[in-house]
Design a protein around this ligand. Structure first.
Ligand SMILES: NC(=O)c1ccc[n+]([C@@H]2O[C@H](COP(=O)([O-])OP(=O)(O)OC[C@H]3O[C@@H](n4cnc5c(N)ncnc54)[C@H](OP(=O)(O)O)[C@@H]3O)[C@@H](O)[C@H]2O)c1
Length: 260
């Protein structure tokens, strides 16, 4: 297990920005980082903030100059960006490109590389990101353990399921937003609603984080619901009025999209 000596990023967008900031926070985890010029603003900001960052307008120079290459472009352009590049046999390649299968990636790469796929989340910037990795690979796990923690998936099915679960982020904030809107509609100033809900959800998340090894989430749900009380009533209504079904249907549909 070892961390890269020189890691290169093809595509310098939101997720590369987050990963580089996480890797180069103190104590610095990798000695050198290369990023592609595009996006120009993001790459210039990274180079300005971190001396180990080199910017290159030539993607091939990044592949040639780095032991580990992260593919971080959008799926729509991935083939046209990756196909012309020449990789070395045995080179480590980590693809964070969404909805793009291993077979397609290996075909475009065209060399016998050590390919892993990963789903980093924006929290990697603060080294608090949980990252699904497939297939298990000690070096890729080490990389993402620096950035929070890696969850290594034994099968593609497991990896796809975690990809589906990662699609809940917008819904989490959506629930907070709809509640804030509802409160505002009943007369509570929006800012007060946000000031109340943010710590409420943070407290719940911290509870889950501290005890998930030993406790099912439904046990927390019961713990926070007094018999015959208000919490019990809301969850019962949520279940009976289709809330849970809407959630599992949405997960089914996103899984279908992920697995093609
Ligand atoms: N954001 C997330 O939280 C997240 C999480 C996990 C996975 N992902 C996946 O990671 C990939 C990147 O996502 P993102 O959110 O970082 O997207 P993004 O912000 O759009 O970044 C992609 C970057 O690729 C650059 N690019 C375009 N053509 C290029 C080329 N020929 N060579 C090098 N760079 C090129 C773009 O530069 P220009 O701006 O100049 O066009 C853009 O800055 C996607 O596949 C996404 O699904 C994202």
């Amino acid at each position: 297990m070892s961390l890269p000596r020189k890691i290169g990023f093809i595509g310098t967008g939101a997720i590369t920005d987050a990963m580089v900031r996480g890797l180069l926070a103190e104590p610095v985890a990798v000695p050198q980082v290369m990023v592609s010029l595009r996006n120009a603003e993001t790459s210039a900001r990274l180079a300005g903030d971190f001396p180990p960052v080199l910017v290159s307008g030539d993607n091939q120079a990044i592949v040639d100059g780095c032991d580990t290459v992260v593919l971080a472009i959008r799926p729509q352009i991935a083939e046209e960006v990756v196909r012309p590049l020449r990789f070395r046999d045995g080179q480590k390649v980590v693809s964070v490109v969404a909805a793009t299968g291993r077979d397609a990636l290996l075909d475009w790469i065209g060399a016998d590389v050590r390919l892993t796929q990963a789903i980093p989340l924006p929290f990697v910037a603060g080294r608090k990101g949980v990252t699904a990795v497939f297939p298990p690979d000690p070096d890729t796990a080490a990389l993402f353990n620096v950035l929070g923690n890696a969850v290594e998936c034994e099968t593609k099915a497991e990896y796809d399921l975690l990809a589906a679960a990662s699609a809940l982020m917008a819904t989490y904030f959506g629930i907070m937003h709809r509640t804030t809107e509802w409160l505002a509609g009943k007369g509570l100033p929006e800012e007060k609603g946000r000031a109340y809900l943010a710590p409420l959800f943070a407290g719940l998340s911290e509870t889950a984080l501290s005890a998930w090894r030993d406790t099912d989430f439904i046990e927390f749900s019961r713990e926070f619901a007094t018999k015959g009380g208000l919490n019990e009533q809301v969850f019962k209504d949520f279940e009976e009025n289709g809330g849970s079904r809407a959630l599992t249907d949405a997960l089914d549909r996103v899984l279908e999209r992920i697995t093609g």
